[in-house]
Design a protein around this ligand. Structure first.
Ligand code: UDP
Ligand code: MG
Length: 311
């Protein structure tokens, strides 16, 4: 079985056309399908339209959120409930073309990827959005050492096991390919058609972009230093301690040898500050390491994943 998961937030005019296009594209295939529509706290008729459709189609499942929890949460809910061996996600606004679904299924099955990401090669968005998105892709790829062209597209197909393995909150859906490749999953990409938004408005704004950027910093830090935070705090701590030590030695030297007064020297303050900062960072690093140790010491917490187990 293959699950198709779609997050909806105030997309009343898109529910029916999207449903019809998905059916058109998957009905001729041999696989069994379920379609999961997640209503992320819409305040328009989105839910009512979904409910009407589900009366006629047993394959359509609906998850309705109490309030607007965001696209990441909606995707997570879809993943948690999907029964398929493969899970496809796409946007509700018809910008992704469901007719690409068969090619995506074919690619993941024949080339044995864990996830295949859609690449919006013919991007149909406003100029500023395209430019911003290019920049975001570049930044993401730099920080996460990701290779694919369009890590911002949510049109993807996953093997079930990767979706079970994703922590998704905040704006983290933007970094799914990076998070998966860090864990060792195999990522592929495929060109997918992109279309203009016909109905409804984009939900993105600068606030979400800033939140998304902060999330990027956190997950990058987490990826690089989560197991040994002292490697970054300790390093900084050492730099400051050495600096403070050198300054202090110099000051003690000139005081003892030349009898120079120290109280009105800016360096005096700098030396003391450096040493204090150094000690602070060092102890902070040790504390963070202890927290990590406790985290992994709990039952069931692992810092590795087994791909296969024989016997
Ligand atoms: N979406 C959602 N919750 C939100 C914001 C957006 O479920 O809080 C859904 C939205 O309905 C759409 C998808 O996420 O299906 C992508 O949103 P949008 O089209 O606004 O983003 P864009 O394509 O403009 O980047
Ligand atoms: Mg869109």
């Amino acid at each position: 079985m293959i699950s198709v998961v779609v997050p909806f937030y105030n997309e009343e005019d898109n529910v029916v056309p999207l449903y019809e296009e998905i059916c058109e594209s998957v009905n001729p295939l041999d696989n069994q399908f379920e379609i999961i529509f997640v209503d992320d706290g819409s305040t328009d008729a989105t839910y009512r339209m979904m409910a009407d459709l589900s009366k006629k189609d047993q394959r359509l499942r609906i998850i309705k959120f109490r309030s607007n929890f965001g696209q990441s949460a909606a995707l997570k809910a879809g993943f948690d409930n999907a029964k398929g061996e493969y899970v496809i996600t796409l946007d509700a606004d018809l910008q992704n073309d469901p007719h690409d679904i068969p090619a995506m299924i074919d690619k993941i099955m024949t080339e044995d990827y864990d996830v295949v990401c859609g690449w919006r090669f013919n991007r149909r968005d406003t100029g500023s959005k395209k430019v911003f998105s290019k920049f975001a892709n570049f930044l993401r790829n730099q920080l996460t050492s990701e290779q694919i062209h369009d890590s911002g597209s949510t049109f993807r197909i996953y093997k079930k096991e990767c979706t079970e393995d994703l922590e998704l909150y905040g704006e983290l859906h933007r970094y799914i390919p990076a998070m998966l490749s860090w864990k060792g999953y195999k990522i592929g990409e495929i060109k997918t058609n992109h279309r203009e938004r016909l109905h409804g408005k984009t939900k993105y704004n600068y606030k979400r972009l800033i939140k998304g950027f902060l999330d990027l910093i956190v997950i990058t830090f987490w990826q690089k230093y989560s197991l040994r935070p002292i490697h970054i705090f300790g390093g900084l701590g050492m730099v400051f301690s050495v600096l403070g030590g050198l300054i202090t030695t110099y000051l003690v030297f000139i005081r003892l040898v030349y009898g120079t007064g120290l109280a009105d020297r800016p360096l005096f303050t700098a030396g003391i500050f450096s040493m204090i900062i150094g000690i602070q960072f060092f102890t902070l690093g040790i504390l963070a390491d202890v927290m990590v140790k406790i985290y992994y010491g709990q039952n069931g917490r692992k810092n590795y994943l087994v791909e296969r187990n024989i016997g």
